[in-house]
Design a binder for this molecule. Structure first.
Ligand SMILES: [Zn+2]
Length: 449
């Protein structure tokens, strides 16, 4: 059979790896690997994947083919928790969560009332994600609706999958970042109308955390989440011990911090909670039963001294888990560096993170935690063709260490321990090299990766 050759057919060749299920449960059967493979893409979606020698016989000879032999092609990384408005305060010294919010975060977020500032940061943020091989992100904006418009617009121009929402925050925060239960609800609803389901963009109801929203605002957030099928909800839970004591004082009737969200109808499919460090078995049972997802944010948890995520307990309950960089408390946009720190966090918890488990979490695991695994996260036929091309020879040390690797598992582990943005040779979105899309942008300058 010969595939037809419309203008929209293209292909990439290289070593290709993707996951079809969780390797922690299904072992080697969970993944598909081609030492020399070709991924054929039609209209931005996966048409077919197979060994190069088989695919070459099928493809038209004049097809656009990106030759990445010697490099490793994986589905684009999925970052399930990040704050775009904190890009400019990454690596700010010396505090734990609550003081860090007051001293660094809130002043930085205040600047997003200015649409020009928001647009400039959103543009840098999306380019930085793509430069690191991340093609899908679930991101916090700020309390300002303009900050959401700016991020959605920047992602739209790059054709990225992106989930974001206006932060809801009507108490226990500076006046200059405060909405009201009514205004936060109305503005969220207007943003849902404007953006949710447009191109590849999805809206998340975004209460910052239970301490900064009144019970009236929490009630409205839960109602909005329930009213719109397909809407997301993102927040933070059980990150820091002082935070947990504060929540217990604010919500004395709740059984636990997670129970606060549960009581307002904020647990369910497409709700994603960052951190989930200080949970108990009853909390984990509720996350599993409701289909809520955890975002494991290792660089942030180490940087703020918050604690160690317990992956084994989450897995034992069958809870959906993705990886989050949590920039700006997280210290890197790089998913490779985030997996490196995830490995170390789990070492301190007497747990292991194999390289295959790690790359699963960064791709299909993340997609599953966002209920997007029918669209992204693997190279199944019909899926959106987002992928990252990793260069195992990107640095002298990587090249030297790779020469001593005996297996794919070992090479993957070296990539996640020694790799960072330098190891990302290219990122493709909907099949095409990532960057501002000429047809979608007034500025047709392409970002060279
Ligand atoms: Zn966060």
């Amino acid at each position: 059979m010969t595939l037809p050759a419309p203008q929209t057919l293209r292909a990439v060749r290289g070593e290709i790896l993707h996951f079809l299920s969780d390797p922690a449960a299904y072992g080697a059967a969970a993944s598909e690997h081609f030492a020399d493979g070709i991924l054929a893409i039609r209209d931005g979606h996966v048409a077919e994947l197979g060994p190069a020698e088989d695919m070459l016989a099928k493809l038209p000879s004049d097809i656009v083919l990106d030759d990445y032999r010697g490099k490793l092609i994986l589905p684009g990384f999925v970052d399930t928790h990040i704050h775009y408005a904190q890009t400019d305060i990454i690596a700010s010294y010396g505090e734990q969560l609550l003081a860090w919010l007051e001293r660094y975060t809130f002043p930085a977020e205040a600047r997003f009332a200015d649409p020009d500032h928001a647009a400039a940061v959103a543009s840098f943020f999306c380019d930085e994600l793509l430069r690191n091989g991340t093609t899908t992100a679930m991101a916090f904006a700020t309390v300002h609706g303009t900050s959401v418009d700016a991020l959605f617009e920047a992602a739209r121009q790059r054709r990225m999958r992106l989930i974001t929402g206006k932060v809801l925050m009507d108490r226990n925060c500076p006046d200059f970042l405060r909405d009201t239960a009514e205004s936060g609800d109305a503005e969220s609803r207007a943003l849902v109308e404007r953006w949710h389901g447009r191109d590849r963009l999805l809206y998340a109801v975004t209460p910052r955390f239970a301490a900064t929203s009144s019970t009236e605002q929490m009630t409205r957030a839960g109602r909005l989440f329930a009213e719109h099928p397909g809407l997301y909800l993102q927040s933070h839970v059980a990150e820091n011990c002082c935070e947990i004591e504060w929540i217990a004082r604010l919500y004395p009737d709740a059984r636990s911090y997670l129970d606060v969200y549960d009581g307002f109808g904020q647990l369910g499919p497409r709700s994603v909670y960052a951190h989930c460090i200080w949970l108990d078995d009853a909390d984990r049972a509720r996350m599993a039963a409701t289909g809520a997802a955890m975002s494991f944010c290792p660089t942030s948890n180490l940087f703020l001294g918050s604690g160690l995520f317990d992956l084994a307990s989450a897995r034992a309950r069958g809870i959906r888990v993705g990886i989050g960089t949590d920039v700006g408390a997280g210290t890197s946009f790089s998913m490779l560096q985030t997996l490196n720190e995830a490995y170390k966090v789990l070492q301190l918890n007497n747990q292991r993170l194999s390289a295959t488990d790690a790359f699963y979490l960064a791709t299909l695991g993340g997609a599953r935690s966002l209920y997007l695994d029918a669209q992204i996260g693997s190279f199944l036929s019909g899926h959106e063709a987002d992928f990252v091309v990793l260069d195992p020879q990107a640095t002298p040390l990587l090249a030297r260490r790779m020469a001593n690797c005996a297996s794919l598992d070992e090479r993957l582990f070296v990539l996640m321990m020694l790799g960072d943005d330098r190891a990302v040779a290219a990122t493709h979105v909907m099949g095409e090299p990532a960057g501002l899309h000429p047809a979608l942008s007034k500025n047709s300058k392409t970002v060279n990766l």
